[in-house]
Design a protein around this ligand. Structure first.
Ligand code: G3P
Ligand code: CA
Length: 268
């Protein structure tokens, strides 16, 4: 067994810190990226959307209300959707206090800031293009920012980045614009439909509630667009029993708010 192979085996399944280490720091902030790094997790997941003035920012919900103090800072602007606020307005918001007073002053990061932090920490990214129907052209724009920040260079393209979405159109568009980028479709297509998805998606990232050993085996039986077997990163698994169950199905990755729980449960 080569060293590389041994490392691969020890790292399986990969554990991805969902929205950063989001059980321990406010989701989708730089603090959550740093927390994952401190805990020893190189892979993080995030969600990308767009502001009114066209800046890409990292936020899960269509609205800023749950994870910032926007209702207090901008009363009367319900439902506080990110697409109706400028980047300058969003910079004023506190994205940490809702989680804990320890994180007061954490900001909603721009995608650029986020990528720089992930790079600085030598981490890797599963980037989700969220609600693409609200943001025409966000696929091309996301790839442009990734390129500007050095994320699309052939040297590490396939080892440190996956771009995923619940929208098959978005995943297909990313694949067509930059075929070298590793992609993931979020969902659970029927086994009969997997070959269709395998034309543009390297991963089928299904909810843990929808998968079985047979489904994971079916995913692995098809080759993706780069002539390698399709992979599956399943989400969102936060308990030891669940982690052991999906690891037993031989998933390639587990996306978790509590990556430490998953790692402890799946370590030999
Ligand atoms: O990475 C998969 C997972 O993030 C998809 O669901 O709603 O947490 O973005 P959601
Ligand atoms: Ca997500």
């Amino acid at each position: 067994t080569s060293t590389a192979h041994a490392v691969d085996e020890r790292d399986r399944p990969l554990v991805v810190a969902h929205r950063g280490a989001s059980a321990y720091a406010p989701e989708n902030t730089l603090a959550a990226v740093d927390k994952a790094a401190l805990m020893g997790f190189p892979w993080v997941e995030n969600d990308v959307q767009r502001t009114k003035d066209g800046e890409l920012v990292v936020l899960h919900d269509a609205s800023l209300a749950r994870t910032t103090n926007v209702e207090k800072v901008f009363p009367g602007r319900a439902p506080w959707n990110v697409r109706n606020f400028t980047a300058a307005e969003i910079r004023r918001l506190d994205a940490g206090s809702w989680f804990s007073s320890r994180y007061k002053g954490a900001r909603v990061p721009t995608l650029e800031q986020y990528l720089n932090r992930v790079s600085r920490n030598h981490q890797k990214l599963v980037l989700e293009i969220k609600n693409p129907g609200l943001y025409p052209g966000i696929e091309k724009q996301t790839l442009k920012v990734l390129g500007n920040e050095g994320w699309l260079s052939p040297a590490h393209l396939r080892s440190r980045l996956v771009v995923q979405s619940f929208s098959a159109d978005t995943v297909r568009t990313v694949h067509q614009l930059r075929p070298g980028v590793k992609t993931g479709f979020l969902g659970t297509p029927s086994v009969a439909d997997l070959p269709k998805y395998a034309k543009f998606s390297d991963q089928i990232n299904a909810s843990h509630t929808t998968i079985s050993r047979a489904y994971v085996a079916a995913i692995h039986s098809f080759d993706g667009p780069h002539d390698k077997p399709l992979e599956i990163f399943t989400w969102t698994v936060d308990d030891a029993a669940g982690a052991r169950r999906v690891a037993g199905y031989d998933v390639d990755g587990i996306i978790s708010n509590k990556p430490d729980v998953v790692r402890n449960a799946t370590a030999e």
